[in-house]
Design a protein around this ligand. Structure first.
Ligand code: ATP
Length: 296
């Protein structure tokens, strides 16, 4: 029996290894595709920033596939140092706003500006250096946790990495693992929960310390304790930065300077939490639904 078990076990491991390599390869192709989507304009110059920048989407239209428009004339401004939140049904186009701002794709009409500069006219690299993204689902490298955090600022010292991890409330967890910051994480290392991965991403972003932040909130439910802790970390990271939050839980957006409600690629309502509740429209309905779900 044991003789049969060993080869079967080996085959199982081999299968997992191959599957993993394919997953890594497909991820690499996705990244390469995204990289190929846009190129620097001839003579593009680096983005010029002084203090906190203002972000502006000006009548933006975009489709991944020409036959299927996604964003249909989206305009909004995130004033310097403020937070604007985007809410709406799944598939409304919320994450697409983040992808366009990070310039994974270019708009087909309208324009996006950072501090008054059209992002198509400046170097892609300078745009990406100015933005920190905490994505829905963080992909960690198959490397140490220290490497994964320091990726936010190559050359960061161990003390700086630990300070960022403390601020993202992941330091104690890292210390509790047998190899601490040298622990390998990612798909071939220690598996982290969604909340832990998001904290690593927050630590990475804190270390990068960019003037613009994008938070794409995880759709998957975290336990309410973790969720509250992450929300606190996110709002303290956003203090004084120009921030776009793509929110799935309305409790996150209550304090936003402005909330945009999206539906099928358009902004259908906008205002502060109080103004939108008073309006009694889509947002008020979503709020009532989430409140009753939370109190069940
Ligand atoms: P969720 O709340 O579920 O994250 P969302 O509002 O962020 O949704 P997007 O991710 O912006 O929605 O997607 C908007 C639409 O664009 C969806 O219908 C989606 O299927 C489509 N879409 C997203 N990415 C691509 C892509 N790479 N190629 C083609 N279509 C895409």
């Amino acid at each position: 029996m044991i003789q049969l078990y060993i080869p079967l076990n080996f085959l199982g491991t081999l299968y997992r290894e191959i599957k993993q390599s394919l997953a890594d390869l497909s991820r690499m192709f996705v990244l390469m595709d995204q990289a190929r989507e846009v190129a620097d304009a001839p003579g593009a110059v680096p983005l010029q920033l002084q203090g906190q920048p203002e972000l502006r989407f000006d009548d933006v239209q975009f489709a991944y596939d020409p036959a299927r428009p996604i964003l249909q004339g989206v305009s909004f401004t995130v004033p310097a140092g403020r937070t604007v939140a985007v809410v709406g049904a799944s598939g409304a186009g919320k994450s697409t706003l983040a992808r366009l701002l990070y310039r994974f794709y270019d708009v087909q009409a309208g324009r996006i500006t950072i501090a008054g500069q059209d992002i198509r006219q400046v170097t892609q690299d300078s745009v990406r250096r100015a933005i920190g993204i905490v994505p829905q689902d963080t992909v960690l490298f198959n490397d140490t946790v220290a490497y994964n955090i320091a990726y936010g600022r190559p050359g960061a010292t161990q003390a700086e990495v630990e300070a960022a991890a403390r601020a993202a409330r992941i330091h104690d967890f890292i210390q509790s693992t047998p190899q601490g910051y040298a622990t390998k994480v990612g798909e071939r290392g220690l598996k982290l929960s969604g909340g832990e991965k998001q904290r690593v991403a927050i630590a990475r972003t804190l270390l990068k310390n960019p003037p613009i932040l994008i938070f794409d909130e995880a759709t998957s439910a975290l336990d309410s304790h973790t969720e509250r802790a992450i929300q606190q970390e996110l709002s303290s990271a956003a203090q004084g930065k120009t921030t776009l939050v793509i929110a799935h839980r309305l409790s996150t957006v209550v304090d936003a300077h402005e909330i945009l409600v999206m539906d099928a690629g358009r902004i259908v309502e906008r205002g502060t939490h109080a103004a939108l509740l008073a309006q009694g429209g889509r947002y008020a309905q979503m709020w009532a639904l989430q409140q009753s779900a939370e109190h069940q």
